[in-house]
Design a protein around this ligand. Structure first.
Ligand code: PRX
Length: 634
């Protein structure tokens, strides 16, 4: 059985009303469509003060029995994962539900043999190959907690994440093929271990390209040697609904990235429910999300949501521009993709390459096209609708976050009104509101604008941040009393549709990747000649936001392009290429308030070229620096 599928806008409205009037009844009904080893005792217990949020308490389950076992009777031969490799000439792999079940079982057995058990943390640093999805599910099968780190992060960033969660194992590949690039993944893992990861006992290496890698007998184990030959049945660990399913690191406005924690029961119910409704998935459809499993979008909408619903989920190893900017559309045509889900940054990048790359492909199978990760500007929305959706296919602009686990505000396929740049209405069960940033009071009525907050828990809300519950409380539940604060600002139009404006905290969204400005500053400051730095986002045509760094260097340092390149290299080493500054301006001082705080508002304005609307600078400790910053803008 599957959760309720909405069939019209009126149906959405009635389901929404029911979900608000009787949340427990609403979610109990959805949850009862899954296989539970034991039914829950209480649907919901919560307070947003501590916070303490528990869904389906006392319920026992294993999410993989819902992703795999329960489909075997009806769709064992149907493709579960459809793998499209990096090179267009290489054959696609169709992995049926039966095969996926067996592979997950074999890998689960291998992990158990290597000493991994319930509650142990396993870190992933892998390309987009089926073995990533398989072994993520294998962790869930045996109750181990997965922590997937995007394989574009640096060795240092990987080590930080491995150590924060005391991971016992890292699963990686030898190399990662992306477009023309061949990235030495195992080498980066070795570097992370050299930095120091004392908890790691085993590195399980998937042979992806088969090229030479360094090998250390004391911890390296070949994936195929351990997995092949295992039994194709693996008893699933019985999990409590509130046992941890995974940790996923994400950036915030302060400090190091934090491990967002999701649990088994609620995450299962919500990812399946939202997948089914936003994409209006029908049996037999081929669904494709272009995200990487290293991000929450890949977790919820490549792996869990689709498989829970018995879907065929396409997994793509490559990049949108290889061998050319038509690749996405070539793949859509080749596999007759019905639902396509990507990010505005990809849309803008492809749009910039020219319309001709979209031509000549049969996109007539598309029924829903989606967007996620950052605000989609009107031009990109229109282009997507016209050139990919051929003006007939509905666009779903889905707003959500790592912390929300699933899509929160979005159209329901073609059933909802559409308006460019508006994510639209909340999903059933989601109670958003706008809050005045000064009074912290809810803005009633429409239209309205303010901080975007959520008033009531939904099943896949984060439960804590790994190892630091207080941080979770401070970050999300303290700004607005009694509510979950998203960090975003938003507007509601006269009809109550939501438009997300963007982050209101010190987080930048570069190509849909979330980065804390403090995190980038800390990385820049690692360069020996840097005295101080301040990082802000600025509007970027393709990336949405670019990174602009104001940097003070020590006496005698040559403030030139060579130093710029060194600073960029430092950031690549500390975090990874996604965090490298697009622009670096050397300055003699930063604008500071009398209490010594950097006035970022001014830095943002100058970086955006809006120096004419700086506002009052007279309260600065050093107003004279503003002129220098404007003149030296890069
Ligand atoms: O600012 C919002 C933006 O991305 C942030 C969440 O980033 P992350 O946790 O990495 O998750 C991205 C994928 C779910 C949000 O706080 N964001 C995400 N989707 C949208 C968006 N901004 C506008 N419109 C969206 N559809």
């Amino acid at each position: 059985m599957l959760p309720t599928q909405i069939t019209s806008f009126e149906h959405y409205q009635s389901e929404y009303a029911r979900s608000v009037n009787d949340p427990e009844g609403f979610w109990a009904k959805q949850a009862s469509t899954f296989n539970w080893r034991k039914k829950w005792d209480h649907v919901l217990e919560w307070n947003f003060e501590e916070p303490n949020i528990k869904w389906f308490q006392g319920g026992k389950l294993n999410i993989t029995e819902n992703c795999l076992d329960r489909h075997l009777a009806t769709r064992s031969q149907q493709t579960a994962l459809l793998f499209e490799p990096n090179a267009p000439g290489d054959p696609a792999r169709h992995i049926s539900y039966r095969e996926l079940y067996e592979e997950v079982c074999k890998t689960g057995n291998a992990l158990r043999e290597l000493g991994i058990g319930k509650g142990d943390r396993v870190c992933f640093y892998m390309p987009m190959v089926p073995e990533l999805a398989i072994s993520v599910l294998a962790c869930a099968r045996i109750g181990a907690i997965h922590s997937v780190v995007f394989a574009g992060f640096s060795a240092q960033a990987l080590a930080d994440r491995v150590n924060d969660a005391d991971c016992k194992m890292i699963i990686c590949s030898d190399y990662n093929k992306r477009g023309n690039k061949n990235i030495g993944v195992k080498e980066i893992v070795d570097e992370a271990l050299a930095i120091g990861c004392p908890s790691v006992q085993t590195v399980l290496v998937h042979r992806n390209t088969g090229e030479e890698i360094a090998w250390d007998e004391s911890y390296d184990v070949w994936y195929h040697e351990k997995v092949d030959g295992q039994a194709a049945e693996c008893p699933a660990e019985e999990m409590d609904a509130e046992d941890v399913l995974f940790i996923l690191y994400t950036s915030g406005s302060t400090g190091k990235p934090k491990g967002v924690v999701h649990t088994c029961g609620g995450y299962m119910v919500y990812t399946a429910y939202s997948f089914l409704n936003v994409f209006q998935y029908q049996p037999g459809d081929v669904y494709w999300c272009t995200a990487d499993i290293g991000w929450i979008t890949g977790h919820s909408y490549i792996v869990y949501g689709p498989l829970l619903c018995g879907a065929t989920s396409l997994m793509f190893e490559g990049v949108p521009t290889y061998p050319d900017a038509g690749r996405f559309w070539e793949v859509c045509a080749k596999h007759k993709v019905n639902q396509f889900y990507t990010a505005p940054t990809a849309i803008r990048a492809l749009m910039a390459q020219g319309d001709e790359f979209t031509e000549g492909y049969d996109l007539s199978h598309l029924k829903v096209i989606g967007s996620v990760g950052e605000p989609i500007n009107e031009e990109a929305w229109e282009w997507y609708k016209k050139h990919i959706g051929k003006d007939t296919v509905p666009v779903v602009d889905t707003w959500w976050q790592t912390e929300t686990g699933g899509m929160m505000i979005s159209g329901m396929g073609g059933h909802s009104p559409q308006k460019p740049t508006f994510a639209g209405y909340p999903l059933p069960g989601i109670q958003p509101c706008l809050v005045d940033k000064n009074t912290m009071q809810e803005e009633e009525g429409n239209p309205a604008a303010g901080l975007l907050a959520i008033k009531f828990p939904w099943p896949s809300i984060l439960r804590t941040t790994w190892g630091d519950h207080l941080r979770c409380k401070h970050t999300y539940f303290s700004t607005i009393p009694g509510m979950y604060f998203t960090g975003d600002g938003a507007r509601r139009d006269a009809d109550g549709m939501y438009r997300i404006i963007g982050r209101v905290d010190d987080v930048v969204n570069v190509s849909g990747h979330r980065l804390g400005t403090a995190e980038v500053e800390n990385a820049i400051d690692e360069h020996p000649q840097v005295v101080e730095s301040a990082v802000v986002g600025y509007p970027h045509d393709i990336k949405g936001q670019g990174i602009y760094a104001y940097v003070i260097v020590g006496a005698g340092a040559g403030a030139d392009d060579a130093l710029r390149a060194e600073i960029v290299a430092t950031v690549r080493q500390e975090i990874g290429p996604i965090a490298k500054p697009d622009k670096i301006q050397f300055v003699s001082a930063l604008p500071k308030t009398r209490s010594g705080k950097i006035m970022r508002r001014i830095l943002r304005k100058i970086a955006a070229g809006e120096q004419d609307s700086l506002g009052d600078v007279s309260t600065l400790l050093n107003p004279e620096v503003v002129e220098e910053l404007i003149l030296g803008r890069v």
